[in-house]
Design a protein around this ligand. Structure first.
Ligand code: 7PM
Length: 283
């Protein structure tokens, strides 16, 4: 339970782990296109960025080839495979880090696992046809994230009876669906999915009530880095959201989140250390 077996690497979840975001998409709202240009992944730039994040203390790198930005266009299977697989292969051969693959696509799950991925991170919680089976056939851990609607329209009019109930029930149903295909609970992580079909108030309420997910005993993964929930509170642009993002990191760590998904690894590692020292009342 405290140890997560990620392929050939083990994560100690008694310590908070920092996951660095490595988007290999043309329209990533934070990586500025330097990892992808002229319709292709810039492998040399990707490796340089990956190395820097590992040096800064990331123990997981999240490789994503499909933009889940609100309103984003769908990516073809060929395109997603050609963006993600070379990056997984290269990082697996060069760096000591767990590779997480941000995908909902069965063949990306299958092929990434063969090339050395250590974790599957699916914003659709294995909801696509064939995804449950593909994931079951790897022996990798899987992060199940909550999303209301689909990226194209999810931010149009997010509506819940009670966002805490809905997110909790959805994720528990996905845990059940996983168990039915033979994915045991000890391979699963939960994520409320900040910004995925949620108003500012929904996001704030989820952030203030992580205990509702935590109480099920599965590790929590939290991703708020530079998101619009921060921009809405602080009335600022993406490049000004680091302090706000770090505040949410401290709040998530205080509530027991095990994995923190961020763009700014070095700053996050410091906030995690400081927060954990307070919680432990010792260095
Ligand atoms: C535009 C808007 C581009 C939002 C990218 C994003 C999460 C995730 C993403 C999360 C997990 C981003 C998001 N967010 N996976 N993938 N949890 N598990 O900020 O919160 O990178 S995409």
């Amino acid at each position: 339970m405290r140890q997560l077996v990620c392929g050939n690497r083990i994560l100690n979840l008694a310590e908070t782990q920092v996951m660095g975001i490595l988007n290999v998409t043309p329209d990533s709202f934070s990586d500025g296109g330097t990892l992808y240009s002229n319709q292709q992944v810039r492998l040399d730039n990707v490796i340089r960025r990956a190395e820097a994040m590992v040096a800064d203390g990331a123990t997981i790198l999240d490789v994503g080839g499909e933009s889940t930005r609100p309103g984003a266009a769908a990516v073809s299977l060929e395109e997603e495979l050609s963006r993600v697989l070379p990056v997984v292969e290269k990082i697996a051969s060069e760096l000591d880090v767990v590779i997480s693959v941000d995908t909902s696509t069965p063949s990306v799950i299958t092929e990434s696992a063969k090339l050395g991925a250590g974790l599957i991170n699916d914003v659709r919680a294995l909801g696509r046809a064939g995804a449950l089976e593909a994931a079951a056939n790897t022996d990798l851990p899987i992060c199940l994230m909550h999303m209301q609607g689909s990226p194209a329209t999810m931010q149009d009019a997010p509506l819940y009876d009670d966002v805490l109930d809905d997110v909790e029930h959805f994720l528990l149903q996905r845990v059940e669906a996983c168990e039915v295909v033979g994915i045991s609970k000890d391979r699963l992580l939960l994520d409320p999915g900040f910004g995925f079909g949620k108003s500012i108030e929904h996001n704030l309420r989820l952030m203030n009530n992580l205990d509702r997910l935590k109480k099920h005993g599965l590790p929590l993964l939290i991703g708020t880095s530079r998101k619009s929930m921060i921009g809405a509170v602080l009335d600022n642009e993406v490049e000004q959201r680091l302090p706000g993002s770090l505040a949410t990191v401290a709040i998530a760590v205080m509530q027991g989140a095990e994995i923190i998904r961020v763009h700014d690894v070095a700053e996050t590692v410091d906030v995690v250390k400081m927060t954990r020292a307070v919680m432990a009342e010792t260095v």
